[in-house]
Design a protein around this ligand. Structure first.
Ligand code: CP
Length: 293
């Protein structure tokens, strides 16, 4: 059993399924609080709303003590201290678990190797966002979609997406299918089925997951990005079969990958994903604290 959750490829299919089932049993049980003495560091060296707040809510609901470092400033990184030194100092204060969001330059796997405590990745550059992929699948399980029946189409800026990478890893573990729909300069590095049009995507898949263009991770500002090429609107959703869903990891750039008209559609699961996030993160915190005891 790995002590950290950095990349889903490090976990077995059974361990991942157990974690997802644990998140459902947490929801069904009363509000038991455990590990109340544990101290959890939430270290967000990149901007975040959903992941940061849901980890804050999750630690609160689990009765854990937490401290937050947010990318907005207020740390000695402003005075020139490196991220590595910052982490060494935080580890020296004896937290029981760290949740870390960072860019690609910082090595989250190395942090997990040198620390005795569990590390949960809250997003690692373009590499991974394991809890996001887990909460996406949990939201679909909640809709009674069997995992092996999921045919997920990830649309848009796949190349710079940690969410896409985590789905590539998770789909190999759990046995669901993934395809991509994107322009040539946004293709993933690995071999994944590539679809050519939204029509083909709707024909092939039962879950559409457009992504925003992640400009902050583009090496050079990509000129002439056709951000509306695969835009999904309400008329598209009206043609979906009843067991087809729209998802988005957020943040959404309405007017680009999605039209505002999809917001209230019954097959739009975006807020259900966010709700699932708290349960998945509670399960991760409780489970990894238990494993590390
Ligand atoms: N999905 C996601 O990671 O959103 P945030 O960047 O707001 O946390």
């Amino acid at each position: 059993m790995p002590k950290s959750l950095i990349e889903l490829r490090d976990w077995s299919a059974q361990e991942i399924k157990n974690l997802l089932h644990f998140s459902f049993s947490l929801e069904q049980k009363s509000q038991e609080k455990t590990h109340s003495q544990a101290s959890v560091g939430l270290l967000f060296f990149e901007a975040s709303t959903r992941t940061r707040v849901s980890f804050e809510v999750a630690t609160h609901k689990e009765g854990l003590n937490s401290f937050l470092i947010s990318s907005g400033g207020g740390t000695s990184i402003e005075k020139g201290e490196s991220l590595e030194d910052t982490l060494d100092n935080i580890l020296a204060m004896g937290p029981d678990l760290l949740v870390v969001r960072s860019d690609d330059q910082f090595d989250q796997q190395k942090l997990s190797q040198i620390s005795k405590i569990p590390i949960i990745s809250a997003g690692w550059g373009k590499k991974s966002h394991p809890t996001q992929a887990l909460l996406d699948i949990r939201a679909l399980m909640k809709k009674n979609l069997e995992i092996q029946d999921i045919r997920l189409v990830i649309i848009g800026d796949i190349r710079h997406s940690r969410v896409a990478n985590s789905h590539f890893q998770l789909s190999e573990k759990l046995g669901y299918q993934v395809a991509v729909l994107c322009e040539d300069n946004m293709t993933p590095q690995n071999k994944i089925l590539r679809l050519e049009s939204l029509e083909e995507a709707y024909e092939w898949g039962n879950v559409m997951m457009p992504l925003r263009f992640q400009h902050e991770r583009h090496v050079s500002r990509t000129e002439n990005l056709n951000v509306k090429k695969f835009q999904i609107n309400r008329d598209h959703l009206d043609t979906f079969k009843s067991n087809c869903y729209l998802m988005h990891p957020g943040p959404v750039n309405y007017g680009s990958e999605l039209d505002e008209s999809v917001k209230k559609h019954k097959q739009n699961l975006i807020l259900s994903q966010v709700e699932s996030g708290v349960w998945v993160r509670r399960a991760c915190l409780q489970h990894l604290l238990e494993v590390s005891r």
